[in-house]
Design a protein around this ligand. Structure first.
Ligand code: SAM
Ligand code: DTB
Ligand code: SF4
Length: 333
């Protein structure tokens, strides 16, 4: 039986079975492609049904990002404005002080963010970087916020040090399907990413892992990305779905822009296949209409990046987002 022919009740029974056995459902790429191929209304209805079974239907979690070390990265990620080899106009900035980070986190908390995510343009942190990061994590945690970091690949022992400092989440994305990956990044392998994710898991840190759509991939490749994420055992607690922000100077600048409804479908597939996860409508919201964002929430997104800036590119102004949430009757979690 294909997923297309599963009734909503059968689907819900399958999920209940998986809850009882504590195993994550395994999803084939074909299953997920079948979801993405569904009539739009059926797909959204199914995603919204799953969403309501597991989550507050009108709650949205707010995470604020800060770039603690900007630009000059040795990697070649084809989407990234911070790669040293592309000329994007991003100014390199040495590591921020813990005081600067605390000031920004305090402001984010006052504006309603519950989580503060610290990003660094590294291939991976060196030991002295980990020492500074643990200091920042401790300081942000002391404000009563959830902490998240995205620092690149981790070496053995580093995740443990971050956990001991109070790190709640580590963000490390698979970015795309394995078969499309080499078109985008050559300086680190898919396996390297899976290895870092395993270390994060083993250290007892929640996993935040997702990808980017709109990089010229096929629908089949979007299904492949979701399958990789959904089949992680257990699947990530937090799944950021980024829409490519096209930055002049990066190789992906000028890529044909994805139909926004394909983005919404990807969110729905993430929600259906990872029912308990927080699905984050991530980069690319500034270029999205309110109506498309509303469809993403209907499809099961229940988290956003909140604050005027992502890492180096613009995000909607906090006041704009507050007005959007209010217009949709959504509340911050
Ligand atoms: N350097 C670390 C790493 O790559 O693991 C951490 C920071 S990196 C900027 C975090 C994630 O941001 C990337 O994995 C990618 O998914 C996302 N990202 C970067 N540039 C983007 C862009 N232009 N549009 C959408 N997402 C982007
Ligand atoms: C994620 O998945 N998206 C965020 C966060 N994790 C670190 C980053 C988006 C970056 C967009 C490009 C920029 O602002 O530099
Ligand atoms: Fe470096 Fe991360 Fe950007 Fe890749 S995504 S170039 S690793 S900062």
């Amino acid at each position: 039986m294909t997923l297309n022919s599963l009734t909503a009740q059968q689907h819900s029974e399958a999920i209940n079975r998986s809850k009882k056995t504590c195993h994550s459902l395994t999803w084939s790429v074909t299953d997920i492609k079948a979801l993405l191929d569904m009539p739009f209304n059926d797909l959204i209805f199914r995603a919204q049904s799953v969403h309501r079974e597991y989550h507050d239907a009108n709650g949205v979690q707010l995470s604020t990002l800060i770039s603690v070390k900007t630009g000059g990265c040795p990697e070649d990620c084809g989407y990234c404005p911070q790669a040293a080899r592309y000329h994007t106009g991003v100014e390199n900035q040495a590591m921020l002080s813990t005081d600067d980070v605390v000031t920004a986190a305090t402001a984010a908390k006052e504006k309603g963010a519950s989580r503060f995510c610290m990003g660094a343009a590294w291939r991976g942190p060196k030991q002295r970087d980990i020492e500074k990061m643990t200091e920042m994590v401790r300081a942000v945690k002391a404000l009563g916020m959830e902490t998240c970091a995205t620092l690149g690949m981790l070496k053995p022992g580093q995740a443990q040090q971050l956990r001991e400092a109070g790190l709640d989440y580590y963000n490390h994305n698979l970015d795309t399907a394995p078969e499309f990956y080499e078109e985008i990044i050559t300086t680190r392998q898919y396996e390297d990413r899976l290895d870092t994710l395993e270390q994060v898991r083993e250290a007892g840190i929640n996993v935040c892992c997702g990808g980017i759509v709109g990089m010229g991939e096929t629908r089949q490749a979007r299904a492949g990305l979701i399958a990789q994420l959904a089949n992680l055992n257990p699947y990530p607690e937090s799944v950021p779905i980024n829409h490519l922000v096209q930055v002049k100077g990066t190789p992906l600048y000028g890529t044909d822009v994805l139909d926004p409804l394909e983005f919404v479908r990807t969110i729905a597939a993430a929600r259906i296949t990872m029912p308990k996860a927080m699905v984050r409508l991530s980069a690319g919201r500034r270029e999205m209409s309110d109506a498309v964002q509303a469809l993403c929430f209907l499809a099961g997104a229940n988290s956003i990046f909140y604050g005027d800036k992502l890492l180096t590119t613009a995000n909607p102004e906090a006041d704009y987002d507050q007005a959007l949430l209010s217009k949709l009757g959504l509340h911050a979690l």
